[in-house]
Design a protein around this ligand. Sequence first.
Ligand code: 13P
Length: 284
Amino acid sequence: MLVTGKAILKHAHENGYAVGAFNVNTMEQVQAIIEAAEETKSPVIIQASQGGLKYAGVEYIAAMVKTAAEKASVPVALHLDHGTDFKQIMLCLRNGFTSVMIDGSHYELEENIKKTKQIVEMAHAVGVSVEAELGKIGGTEDDISVDEKDATFTDPDEAERFVKETEVDYLAIAVGTAHGPYKGEPKIDFDRIKTIKERLDMPLVLHGSSGVPEESIKKAVSLGINKINIDTDIRMAFHRAVKKFISENPDVYDPRKILGPAKEEMKKVIKEKMIMFGSAEKAW
Ligand code: 13P
């Protein structure tokens, strides 16, 4: 069933676990995520970035995820990841997304508050939940890049003011993770997660979570992270399986034979994440 992002994350916040938010561009990714969610009995968020929507088309992504959600026995939310374009956010609302992110993190605080508030008012008017970002998360997510030297951690005082003034439903915080593959091990500021959670008492979001070791993920969840974004690890699973299949079967040209193993490999990775995040068996 298709539900709002808020319904999923309120349950996670109240019950102390995190839900995976997995990025999609293709049908096989949608199917891999839904099958993993059904098999682990996990609520799930399927999200598309602006680049993903440009590639597949917002109507295609919406139709695929809505079809998958209708057939599924677990709660599913359809979310826009890193929305920066007003028109595209409106297009997502029109196409039945149940959650959108307005990413105003590249603006100064006042402007970020103003932009976020505008989207919250419109999205809430049509029953759609909103995620915003405060602080700057490093790395590259599709068409958005933040140089590591420009990345800044979320300030708890600013976070309190930001949430009060914008009435956003969940907040992405910058605590040391980065989008894309890591060179070394990320250093996460766990105390900052704890402080922000205590002060805000609301669902918190961790971006750039691919490649973060299991103990760090579990610690972040125990301190209050409720939505965990994963893109790179799924892309890598896809690439690994396609590369292996083609090198072992260079003459097979049937897309189903090439993409079938990729779907299975992505599903395996996604199931492991769902168990790690604590969302398995939490579907209602
Ligand atoms: P990764 O690509 O590091 O998994 O980050 C995904 C993300 O945060 C999407 O917003």
